[in-house]
Design a binder for this molecule. Structure first.
Ligand SMILES: Cc1ncc(COP(=O)(O)O)c(C=O)c1O
Length: 382
């Protein structure tokens, strides 16, 4: 069967590496899964109050919810975001919010200016929506210059996307830079798409949400409960429209209606996250900071490797030098020799000049150290 042309842009950078890992696992090799950004695969699980509310809600809240989201959840999100409830839409994770945003904004041949390296969904969704590629590049600490945005915006640019804190690099953009980016967006009369899924997972300084400092530049904020609230598999998030987003919001409402409704009991389940203390958040950051420090220190001690300090999220994006022609070749070799599974940097970028890979520092310190020992030994032998 022939697939539609629009689907030909769909790529999964690690599908073949995963297949290789499965093959090795079946042969009895221990695999260290430093490839996937899912806290629930390690020593993190959803907060007890959420699980209890979910268990209760499946017995009482089983009809379709309103397509835009359960009114009480929209109200709670609206209060947090500082918008009215009609400017909040509940989505199946940031993933669906991203899809609705790009579908609502992009015509064939237009572009959203996205970071390089990027979270792969941005590349794929943009392609599926007929968008062209347009990337802003960053320095060695993975922070871009404001001038880069001026250089890259063109007549077909419909929005600037910020992922802050960032996947795959762990970068956190300083407030001054965010302000400059907003000003540039304002000069070009385009909105900001702000992916805030890692908000709250910061180790040194906090990120600033663009909507908090934008005066008149519209911001489509995307957020959810997968990361700091540890509910990856529940699949829930939201879009919050700040400023003049009327028509784009209406288009996104149309897409919400098209898929009828989000899971109803789940929307009840996350309500406790808006009330009172949430001790799991502090504890999560405490555990992750220890793991970030291990990764930052140890990767910079390994010959042939250099690692910028991750300031947020749970990813590091080290540079690797050595005999490998490409970073994908390095990733395969590492997997075969050691069982450590990471993702090649070129899976996140079409423009990187050096060889990189992404590691996830979610595993417990013992496991993380064991995996890094393997990488260290592998590099010394190579
Ligand atoms: C930058 C970024 N945006 C969005 C998502 C998807 O989030 P969700 O689970 O809310 O769909 C991820 C998941 O890893 C991500 O890294």
């Amino acid at each position: 069967m022939e697939i539609a042309d629009r689907m030909k842009g769909m790529e999964n950078p690690i599908r073949d590496v995963l297949a290789k890992a499965d093959e090795l696992r079946k042969k009895g090799k221990k695999i260290y899964p430093l490839n996937i950004g899912d806290p629930n695969k390690f020593d993190f699980k959803p907060p007890e109050n959420v699980m209890q509310a979910y268990a209760q809600a499946i017995r009482s809240d089983y009809g379709y919810a309103s397509s835009e989201g359960l009114p009480e959840l929209r109200e709670a999100i609206a209060k947090k975001e500082g918008v009215s409830a009609e400017n909040v839409l509940v989505t199946a994770g940031v993933s669906e919010g991203l899809y609705f945003t790009f579908m609502s904004l992009l015509n064939q041949g237009e572009n959203v200016l996205i970071p390089s390296p990027f979270y792969p969904q941005y590349y794929t969704i943009s392609k599926i929506c007929g968008g062209t590629e347009n990337y802003y590049e960053a320095n060695e600490e993975w922070v871009p210059e404001a001038s880069e945005f001026r250089k890259k915006i063109n007549a077909k640019t419909k929005a600037i996307a910020l992922i802050n804190p960032n996947n795959p690099t762990g970068a956190v953009y300083p407030k001054k830079l965010v302000k400059e980016i907003i000003d540039i967006a304002g000069e070009h009369k385009i909105p900001i798409i702000s992916d805030e899924i890692y908000k709250g997972i910061e180790y040194d300084e906090e990120t600033i949400e663009p909507a908090k400092i934008s005066k008149d530049v519209p911001v489509i904020a995307l957020n959810g409960f997968s990361k700091i609230d540890l509910c990856t598999g529940y699949r829930i998030g939201y879009m919050a429209f700040h400023g003049e987003c009327g028509k784009v919001r209406d288009a996104a409402v149309g897409l919400c209606r098209f898929r009828l409704s989000m899971n109803t009991p789940l929307q009840k389940a996350v309500l406790p996250l808006f009330e009172g203390q949430q001790p799991h958040r502090k504890e999560t950051v405490r555990k992750l900071k220890e793991r970030r420090d291990i990764v930052f220190k140890r990767f910079n001690e390994i010959p042939g490797m250099q690692c910028a300090k991750p300031r947020g999220a749970f990813y590091a994006f080290p540079k690797v030098e050595g005999k490998w022609k490409t970073d994908k070749e390095f990733v395969y070799d590492l997997l075969e020799q050691t069982g450590v599974l990471v993702v090649h940097g070129s899976g996140f970028s079409k423009t990187l000049k050096n060889k990189h890979f992404r590691i996830v520092f979610l595993p417990q310190p013992e496991l993380l150290n064991e995996a890094i020992d393997k990488i260290d030994e592998f590099m010394k032998k190579s």
